[in-house]
Write a protein that binds this ligand. Sequence first.
Ligand code: ZN
Length: 300
Amino acid sequence: MDVVCEPGWVSDCCFLIDGYGWRAERSTCVLAVKGSRFAAIVDAAHKSSAPFILRGIRDAGVESSSVRYILVTHRHTDHAGGVAPLLKAMPDAAVMGHRVTLSNIRDPSRINEASRRMWGDAADPMDPVEDAERLIPVSDGDVVDLGGGVEVEVVHTPGHTSDHYAYYERKSGVAYLGDAGGLFSCPTRMVVPTSFPASFKVDPYIRSLEKLMGYDVDVLVFAHFGAIRGKGAADFISKCIEVVEEWVELAKEGGVKEVAGRLKEGYLSGFTLFNPEIRSVIFDALAAGLVNALRGPRGV
Ligand SMILES: [Zn+2]
């Protein structure tokens, strides 16, 4: 399997940038997509990620004035938080995403509060975007044309959250999954579901991955963190589904504490994302979201 755990080009037109989420390297990545006329950024990482993203697009040879679109996967602060500072640095850019994502970008008070509950002092709250004219809602199947055959398609992929979009670059077959595929530990090649409370829903999450299997994927990019290239990319989407099914099996019985114990026993040693001190806390949250999803209604 050809795994990319470093920033750089993952295809002719797509460049992986380290967003230094939670101020740690290789926790969060965004994608610069370069067409012959315009460029786009897929996802915006945290508010504190903006300087790293601006440095990354320079490394990709992209002028910030040529960035026309910031395509956001969903409302969480580690994906939408960079929007406000990036808009200041990218005078011609507009933000695209689900209408729920955009309403949280306009008024991030609720999402900031939820983020504070989850991350405590490590939360990196978002600033609001007041200029509503720069926020453009897009829908499943919409396509952004960057010129030279470089086109990015919007793929509605609910499950992690109801407003989640993945983005698929058609010319080079790059699928940026955001949080739709899971948390990917690049060095160990292990993926675990992004089953955070309170938004996670099992059935839509699996259906979204099945939908992505219908695309011709040559490069699979995980927002946390890294990419898989070549034949293994498409196959890995079924791996993401298998792991959710394993987790559902492990969470069939017992409370959050018991389920968290089982998940840690099976998966924590291969989980290399984020700082080691918070990995156990992350698993407690993933267990809580999973148990909540299984004991409550399973649809959207
Ligand atoms: Zn998320």
